[in-house]
Design a protein around this ligand. Structure first.
Ligand code: FES
Length: 165
């Protein structure tokens, strides 16, 4: 009888043997870890998309107009970066004398774009997106939409940039 009890306690095929408990705990930990990695791999991009600067800039800014003192003195063929509310924006004084203002938030994933004076285009360094500097149209790369355009009024002492409603 005593031998039988000992056999049950030390039998490795018994569900309550120390090796089985250890193996089960190891498998549970492994499965839990794999699930956590899987959920993180799916959840992080969703979080990034919902929390992206593009979405934030669309929701956050209630600013309708910005006055840029002395921006009327901006040299021909150059651009000025400024803040439109909480978002970066571009004012461009083109070589033909025209003025253009637009959001500097790339419509792909929200990086800040810049005016390339040599190429006379707006470029995004993050993934190579290119926009037309006169219209803000997306002309190559991954950006799916044009940059948001603003109205521009050049005065004697400033430039007033207004959101188009
Ligand atoms: S964020 Fe501008 S091209 Fe991707």
């Amino acid at each position: 009888m005593k031998d039988e009890q000992e056999m049950v306690l030390t039998d490795p095929s018994s569900p309550s043997s120390p090796e089985d408990v250890s193996r089960r705990k190891f498998l549970q930990t492994g499965v839990f870890g794999a699930c956590a990695v899987y959920i993180g791999a799916i959840g992080y991009p969703v979080f990034r998309y919902l929390n992206s600067p593009v979405e934030a800039s669309q929701l956050a800014s209630a600013v309708k107009e910005v006055t840029l003192d002395k921006a009327n003195e901006l040299a021909v063929g150059t651009a000025l970066m400024f803040k439109f509310g909480t978002s970066p924006a571009l004012l461009i004084h083109h070589a033909d004398g025209s003025w253009v203002a637009m959001s500097a938030v790339c419509t792909h994933m929200g990086c800040t774009v810049k005016f390339d004076e040599g190429a006379k285009k707006i470029t995004c360094a993050c993934h190579g997106g290119v926009f037309d500097a006169a219209t803000g149209e997306n002309i190559s790369g991954p950006p799916p939409r044009p940059l948001e355009r603003y109205d521009v009024k050049v005065n004697d002492a400033n430039v007033v940039v207004t959101k188009i409603s």
